[in-house]
Write a protein that binds this ligand. Structure first.
Ligand SMILES: Cc1cc2nc3c(=O)[nH]c(=O)nc-3n(C[C@H](O)[C@H](O)[C@H](O)COP(=O)(O)O)c2cc1C
Length: 201
């Protein structure tokens, strides 16, 4: 199995350094209901503004609902379909737009939904599962296909399953799979005291 540990400036927790977004999924290995329950629980316990839990997830298990899975699959971009064809479980994260208690606008919902999805991705590492989020899908098509209410915004499709060898991938996708992981320098993204002042560590 291909591992792509983060090459970090200083050591970080193993769960964080081992998480990555593989495209090589094992089509023969479904995700059990117990594992799914653990993933959802991890997302559920993410922090959110005012404890509003503004995220909603749609879930399609290929082994249980092939029709629904296919409809979700059809919303994906062509590039994503090339590898998601092997994925056993798909999700779609959606972010609300208002606070549930007051109905007032909540501008943190997308932030919170991302936090829930990352919690899920890290839990997946602990379970030996792979989670790969995708923005490459037709949100309007998904909204229509699954009657997503107007007050929710489809954010990311999420592939879940077990990793397998990159050899199953087409050449272009395999090249992406093997590409080294990289990050911007710390100074480009982290400022101290004022905008643009690189943190000195
Ligand atoms: C919101 C979001 C959208 C993404 N969209 C896609 C996508 O459509 N297709 C894809 O193959 N990867 C997608 N990715 C995966 C990113 O390319 C990947 O997270 C990034 O390159 C960093 O790599 P790593 O996750 O392996 O650290 C997406 C990730 C996020 C968080």
């Amino acid at each position: 199995m291909l591992e792509k540990h983060a090459v970090t400036n200083v050591p970080i927790h193993d769960l964080l350094s081992r998480r990555w977004s593989s495209r090589a999924f094992d089509a023969q290995r479904p995700v059990g209901r117990e594992q799914l329950a653990v993933l959802l629980e991890a997302a559920r316990w993410a922090p959110s503004c005012n404890g509003d839990e503004p995220w909603r997830y749609l879930i399609w298990d290929r082994g249980r609902d092939l029709g629904g899975f296919q409809k979700a699959f059809d919303c994906l971009s062509e590039n994503n379909r090339k590898w998601v064809k092997n994925v056993p479980l798909l999700m779609l994260s959606c972010a609300g737009s208002v606070f549930g208690a007051t109905g007032k606008p909540n501008r943190w919902t997308q932030h919170d939904t991302g936090a829930a999805s990352v919690s899920m991705a890290l839990q997946a590492v602990a379970l030996g599962l792979m989670v790969h989020q995708m923005g490459g899908f037709d949100a309007d098509k998904a909204r229509a296909a699954f009657a997503i209410p107007a007050e929710y915004t489809p954010m990311a499709m999420i592939a879940v399953g077990y990793q397998t060898t990159p050899d199953i991938l087409d050449d272009e996708t395999k090249a992406k799979e093997l590409r080294p992981r990289a990050r911007k320098p710390v100074a480009e993204c982290f400022f101290e005291g004022g905008w643009g002042n690189p943190v000195r560590i």
